[in-house]
Design a protein around this ligand. Structure first.
Ligand code: DLL
Length: 435
């Protein structure tokens, strides 16, 4: 039998769950209509008012919200609460140099902690667990999101954040960590480092790993479970909607991630037509938040590809499940946990003298760490310069990319006209990672 953080809500019969969703959806539409000019304009143009929401099916009549809308509203224009009520701000990569900004009220932070505690328990965590939280702390939602949930649950959390792997391994052993939270690729990197340091995970107390924030596969799950000697579970979330804890795979079922429907309404759409797809069909996940106050979003297009099932689950939870994510409907890459859009790199390159706007991103995974090589064409003049000048330019581009996007890369300058030109959509990315 599963243990629940909030049994009543987690096992709520679907009829009651849907009634709760409708009540909350109505309140959310009213909140954004009254407080966010963007939504008011949109709804007025469609001749929709908060009162036109009479059933959950009416959700489909509402407009989508996109990452572009968030960018156009940078930084605060989509906030539905006055700044006096916003107690936390997080951000993630946008499609240009500017990040996507989200704000949380005290109630939002409280709900998030509850949902993350529920998420951790769904993965089999309980009081007495020692949660080794190696998600990054900072503007990224991973670190603080998991942290608050662990405290809310009453577990002991180690706020180790990312990096310094040798120290991570020492602490994990000495402190008796029982649960590991980090990106799946970082867990494999830890395994590698442990191996070379002669550390055996079989002598550790880790039982469960809660891995997400980037795509991974069943094959990777197998490898992680074997190398780290634990049960590896999938966690999903995105900062626009809240952060980690939007959906979580349960320990008992280990087959799809429960999406917390008392706070979020999921839909799957055809990414090109926008049509809602039936249960079980693969498409883009769209999420409407129904309890958020700081920045409620109506039909947010996540760009993540998955499918939904409402089938009952062995764990007893009634909330729908999404399948492991199988890709994106845009060109966003996740490199060492950092979201990167090719357009962001492009906007950095165009600002640099002597560099042509022709580039190629080559992503790979070496020894379980993502690598990014940026091949950039330089103009004739620069190319005929001495090697020192070229090297200086390459280091400068690497530094600008690191400063702006937070991702380390290796820049390779190439001769003019060597990057393949395209007559249609330019191919900017070669992703050699086999996930
Ligand atoms: O990655 C929040 C998070 C932190 C989730 C810790 C899980 C654990 P963002 O930086 O806004 O937020 O990136 C969100 O990451 O739209 C997906 O494309 C991707 N992503 C998140 N979880 C998974 C997952 C956090 N389990 C974006 N599988 C999302 C595949 C994932 N991709």
């Amino acid at each position: 039998m599963a243990s629940y953080f909030n049994e009543e809500i987690e096992t709520l019969p679907r009829v009651a769950l849907e009634a709760l969703q409708l009540k909350r959806l109505k309140a959310t539409v009213k909140r954004v209509y009254d407080n966010v000019p963007f939504y008011k304009t949109y709804l007025d143009a469609l001749q929709l008012s908060p009162e036109s929401i009479k059933s959950l099916a009416d959700l489909h009549r509402l407009p989508f919200t996109t990452k572009q809308d968030m960018r156009d509203s940078y930084p605060y224009a989509l906030f539905a609460a006055p700044m006096e009520e916003i107690v936390r701000i997080h951000a993630s990569s946008g499609t240009t140099g500017k990040p996507t900004v989200v704000g949380y009220t005290r109630t939002d932070i409280d709900n998030w902690a509850d949902l993350m505690a529920r998420t951790l328990m769904t993965a089999g965590a309980h009081k007495g667990d020692i949660i080794h939280n190696a998600y990054g702390y900072g503007l990224f939602t991973g670190g603080l999101g998991v942290h608050n949930g662990a405290e809310r649950l009453g577990a002991s959390v180690i706020p180790i954040s990312g990096g310094n792997t040798a120290r991570q391994l020492m602490i994990m052993q000495d402190f008796g960590s029982t649960i590991l939270t980090c990106t799946p690729s970082y867990s494999l990197f830890m395994a590698e480092e442990a191996m070379s340091a002669g550390i055996d995970f079989r002598n550790m107390k880790l039982r469960v790993g809660i891995f997400g924030a980037e795509p991974w596969s069943e094959a990777m799950r197998g490898e992680i479970e074997e190398k780290l000697n634990l049960t590896a579970l999938d966690i999903y979330g995105l900062s626009e909607i809240m952060g980690p804890g939007v959906a979580q795979e349960c320990f008992e079922g280990k087959n799809g991630l429960h999406i917390w429907e008392d706070h979020f309404i999921p839909e799957i759409i055809d990414p090109s037509s926008g049509q809602v797809l039936p249960e079980g069909e693969k498409g883009e996940l769209v999420i409407t938040t129904i309890t958020k106050q700081g920045i409620p979003l109506i039909r947010y297009r996540t760009r993540d590809i998955t499918c939904l099932t409402y089938e009952t689950c062995v764990c007893g939870r009634t909330h729908a499940r999404i399948a492991r994510l199988s890709g994106r409907s845009d060109d966003m890459l996740i490199i060492r946990g950092v979201n990167v859009f090719p357009s962001q790199i492009e906007s950095i390159l165009v600002g640099i003298e002597g560099v042509e706007p022709h580039y190629m991103l080559i992503v790979d995974r070496k020894e379980n760490l993502d690598t990014l090589e940026v091949q950039v064409e330089v103009d004739e003049r620069i190319f005929s310069d001495e090697i020192k000048v070229l090297q200086g330019l390459a280091r400068r581009i690497e530094k600008e990319i690191k400063d702006m996007l937070g991702v380390t890369c290796n820049v390779k300058l190439v001769e003019p006209k060597t990057i393949q030109r395209s007559e249609g959509k330019a191919k900017r990315v070669i992703d050699n990672r086999k996930l």
